[in-house]
Ligand binder design. Structure first.
Ligand SMILES: *Cc1c(COP(=O)(O)O)cnc(C)c1O
Length: 387
């Protein structure tokens, strides 16, 4: 097996007759056939070749191959967005009447999928709190099929024990599906701990520069085959252009992430010294409640830091208003540092009780630490905290 950085740089589509050094962009919706026999055999899947870009395209295949190798997966399929990856993966695996067990702290649209849309198809769910992995077994029903989780979680930056989730899934013959978006394949490989499928929103750190949307699911061949058949008929395919951008982005993932993580750790250490910031959470801070688990399953702590600002909602809003360098945005995993106040924005529709259950206090602030000078990032946070 090649090393991560070599996979990232050297996994490439076959060169064309022009012997280009860097993979070209294949903007083509369809492909031609030698003769009727070639066409028959291709449609019968006796040959592995491109037929139509809703099925496969050289750029998407290169992107998928890289992510699969990076995650230690057999194969995968690429999607237009992270959410189409989440939806198409679960829609493939679940039948009417099936049940999912999921961590409560999941991405907002994933929560909407479980609560608003899956019930239409008679697919139900049970949530467990991030600190209650030991309760999962009590939630298992005869119709349970999937355990779903994200780690680190959003926006609370909690850590779930992947090895434990893998053990429970295996013992009860359930599929373990992990949304690995916050860690990227560079920092954490859930398949090593027993995950059957790994999903990424490539929109975040994989692109890393806030340009394009994308998603991908990788894992065992027979499961991906089903996901592929569902997707080639329902049409959530990643565009070749975005695949090309994302595959180039992967070439620099390791060096970008090294700096993201270094900066995030410095931001977390700085916040721990500030009087107006409490409960600073970063997976590689010794004070993190799941520090030992983070060390076991992650290479570094990622780029997301959360903390609570003293004074609740109003203090949170004032802090956001005082920022001069950091962006006020809901995205994350960009070169630009982004600060979000969930209670007044992304999670403002939740009641106080619902916020609490999701581990979001009124003063919670999430920082997606970027690649600006660490001195400038810290100065901006410091000024906003002390004004
Ligand atoms: C952003 C995000 C998604 C959804 O990805 P899109 O590309 O925006 O559709 C899913 N899961 C997590 C953890 C995310 O952060």
């Amino acid at each position: 097996m090649e090393n991560f950085e070599t996979i990232a740089v050297r996994t490439q589509t076959e060169r064309t007759q022009f012997l280009e050094h860097s993979t070209p962009l294949y903007l083509t919706s369809s492909y031609v056939f030698e003769d009727s026999e070639d066409m028959r055999a291709s449609f019968a899947e006796e040959k592995e070749r491109n037929i139509y870009s809703r099925f496969t395209n050289p750029n998407t295949s290169e992107f998928v191959e890289k992510i699969a190798k990076m995650e230690g997966a057999e194969t995968g399929y690429a999607f237009a967005t992270g959410m189409s990856a989440v939806f198409s993966t679960l829609a493939t695996l679940l039948d009417s009447g099936d049940h999912i067990i999921s961590a409560r702290a999941v991405f907002g649209s994933t929560h909407s999928l479980f609560t608003k849309f899956f019930p239409k198809w008679n697919i139900s769910h049970s949530y467990f709190n991030v600190n209650e992995v030991d309760k999962i077994e009590s939630l298992i029903k005869p119709e349970t099929k999937v355990i779903f989780a994200e780690t680190p979680t959003n926006p609370g930056v909690d850590i779930l024990d992947l090895e434990e989730l893998g053990r429970i899934a295996k013992k009860h013959d359930l599929l373990l599906v992990i949304d690995n978006c916050f860690a990227t394949p560079y920092l954490q490989n859930p398949i090593k701990f027993g995950a059957d499928l790994v999903i990424h929103s490539a929109t975040k750190l994989i692109d890393g520069q806030g340009r394009v949307l994308g998603g991908v699911t990788v894992g065992r061949e027979e499961l991906i085959r089903e996901i592929y058949l569902f997707s080639r008929n329902t049409g959530p395919a990643l565009s070749p252009f975005n695949a090309w951008v994302l595959s180039k982005s992967l070439e620099t993932l390791a060096v970008r992430l090294d700096r993201h993580c270094e900066n995030a750790l410095k931001v977390a250490e700085f916040l721990e010294t500030e009087n107006n910031a409490e409960n600073v959470k970063y997976p590689f801070l010794k004070s993190h409640p799941q520090y030992e688990i983070a060390k076991k399953q992650m290479k570094q702590g990622g780029n997301i830091v959360s903390f609570e600002i003293k004074g609740g909602i109003e203090a949170g809003r004032k802090f956001i208003d005082k920022l001069e360098l950091c962006s006020r945005s809901a995205n994350l995993g960009d070169t630009r540092t982004i600060v979000t106040h969930p209670a007044s924005t992304t999670h403002s529709k939740l009641s106080k009780e619902e916020l609490e259950a999701a581990g979001i206090s009124e003063g919670l602030v999430r920082v997606s630490v970027g690649l600006e000078s660490i001195e400038d990032i810290i100065n901006d946070l410091k000024n906003a905290l002390n004004n």
